[in-house]
Design a protein around this ligand. Structure first.
Ligand code: ADP
Length: 257
């Protein structure tokens, strides 16, 4: 079992002479095999939270741990994926995926080759391994980015709206892959999404992040909704909750001393 944990996180940004509070005293626990979706209005701090979980940014207060150890950028058990695939245009598909293995301890050439092939197979791109990434479609490029994350064989995947620019069938296919990774391989997933249908389909838990309080104000359990009517009601409830949060003012900023 693995446990990704955020405790008492606080984060603010400095803009000019003002301090803009974003997260305040936020707690989160994600277990192996669990898919947790973070939802909230634009500007609530979802991406900020994901960057803190990945160790790509530091909280002002609080800490993030993976199985009790502090998370740092490059922690081998964690992989991150963003909306933009961020591929290296001078490398082909295979070498972009292999790039995900840099700095991974104990990974020799034979292991790397095997892992790259496995990751490409998982995302259905083995046949395109030698293709330059500059000629890929948006969906294919995002699959390469997913393979680059999976090649690390992470215990936790942190996803920031990774499929929001993709066509519906590609998106559904990649969502199924994420669900399979959680169910069969016990990968823990944190997914930031503004797509409520996606959250309801994928999430074991949905956490609503409020820009007014800077932490989670509600937790939803879509798997408890066995019937489609209950699911529909939950979707309506979530939509109303998001609208209500959008209508209010965010936490007020303060003059930077
Ligand atoms: P979300 O992902 O929910 O849309 P973000 O985490 O991107 O929200 O941003 C939360 C708030 O923090 C926004 O008001 C945004 O403008 C601000 N913000 C994000 N990154 C920075 C930064 N590097 N410097 C200053 N403000 C930032």
């Amino acid at each position: 079992m693995g446990l990704l944990k955020a405790e008492a996180l606080c984060k603010s940004y400095i803009s000019g002479r003002r301090r803009i509070p974003v997260l305040r005293n936020l707690h989160l626990e994600v277990r192996s095999g669990e898919v947790v979706c973070i939802i909230g209005p634009s500007g609530a701090g979802k991406s900020t939270l994901l960057r803190l979980l990945a160790g790509l940014d530091r909280p002002d207060e609080g800490w993030v741990t993976l199985n009790g150890r502090p998370v740092q950028s490059g922690t081998p058990e964690l992989a991150v994926m963003f909306q933009n695939p961020l591929l290296l245009p001078w490398l082909n598909v295979r070498d972009n995926v292999k790039f995900g293995l840099r700095f991974l301890p104990g990974c020799n050439a034979a292991i790397a080759q095997e892992r790259v092939a496995m990751a490409l197979r998982q995302v259905g791109l083995l046949a395109l391994a030698d293709r330059p990434v500059t000629v890929l479609s948006g969906g294919e490029a995002q699959r390469v980015a997913l393979a680059r994350a999976l090649v690390r064989q992470p215990r936790f995947l942190l996803l920031d709206e990774p499929f929001s620019n993709l066509d519906v069938p590609t998106r559904q296919e990649l969502n199924q892959l994420i669900r399979r990774l959680a169910l069969t391989e016990g990968v823990g997933v944190v997914l930031v999404t503004h797509d409520l249908e996606e959250a309801l389909h994928l999430g074991d838990r949905l956490l609503l992040l409020s820009p007014q309080t800077g932490n989670f104000i509600r937790e939803y359990h879509p798997r408890d909704c066995v019937h489609s009517l209950a699911r529909h009601r939950l979707q309506e409830e979530l939509t109303a909750a998001l609208w209500a949060l959008r209508a209010r003012e965010p936490m007020s900023s303060s003059q930077n001393p």
